[in-house]
Design a protein around this ligand. Structure first.
Ligand SMILES: Nc1nc2c(c(=O)[nH]1)N[C@H]1C(S)=C(S)[C@@H](COP(=O)(O)O)O[C@H]1N2
Ligand SMILES: [Mo]
Length: 221
């Protein structure tokens, strides 16, 4: 009796689920573009998956791996792999566009969406940029809104198997709407900043943002 006037239960989980429903979360292939618009200008399609890095392949086991989230956040995080894997997991399908002109369609990733990470660490109002730090010394920078893209994730799985070491395992970033150099392999830490801080390639002539649809390859573009 009279229960009808009570507000529906509200919690972080129900709010997240509501948001997932609005976004069509976990639906397969929902970010695909129509075929004719799918390949960005100047790109060609490849079926294999090239490996590109600085020539080092850090060997970090899941047991040793830690994720450090720090800087302009309300709640810094320091997770081991089990803690990371205990966060809400999602499946995402997206295309890869590398600045060296290859693209690869329909990569199936599994991991933690960057939006879930943002919910957990709660960036402070002044946070506007993110720098990813990697075990090979590589860094790359993103505007907070690019990091927070709905299809961006910290991936530990690819095609139903653990992400291979050569492709950045245990955990890499995947930001499908930007060139793949933004998708940091062997992820070690995520730093939130008020000011932008260009990363490894960004200080060596690559574009600061790297939108493949605008062919933002190099900083003069
Ligand atoms: N840690 C790290 N991440 C990195 C790189 C790197 O050298 N080190 N290279 C970037 C570049 S230029 C590309 S194209 C992709 C390549 O990812 P893949 O080897 O899985 O294809 O990783 C990006 N992330
Ligand atoms: Mo690249």
């Amino acid at each position: 009796m009279a229960e009808q006037d009570e507000p529906p239960p509200d919690s972080k989980l129900t709010r997240s689920k509501q948001r997932w429903a609005q976004e069509g979360r976990f639906l397969i292939g929902r970010t695909s573009r129509p075929e004719q618009q799918r390949l960005p200008p100047g790109q060609h399609l490849t079926r294999d998956w090239p490996t590109l890095d600085l020539g080092l392949t850090p060997n970090i086991s899941r047991e040793r791996w830690r994720l450090d989230v720090y800087g302009a956040v309300e709640k810094p995080l320091f997770w081991n792999f089990a803690e990371f894997a205990a966060q809400p997991q999602g499946n995402f399908i997206s295309d890869i566009h590398c600045v060296t002109t290859w693209s690869r369609y329909d990569n199936r990733w599994e991991g933690l969406s960057t939006r879930e990470l943002l919910d957990a660490c709660r960036p402070r109002a002044e946070a506007r940029f993110v720098v990813l730090h990697c075990h090979d010394g590589y860094t790359t920078n993103l505007a907070l809104e690019d990091f927070a893209a709905e299809d961006a994730l910290l991936a530990h799985g690819w095609s139903g198997a653990p992400l291979e070491q050569e492709h950045g395992g245990p955990v890499r970033l995947v930001v499908p709407h930007l060139y793949f150099w933004k998708s940091a392999k062997w992820l070690q830490s995520v730093e939130f900043l008020a000011e932008d801080k260009p990363g490894y390639w960004e200080v060596r002539g690559y574009h600061n943002k790297g939108d493949p649809w605008k062919e933002e390859r190099y900083s003069g573009d």
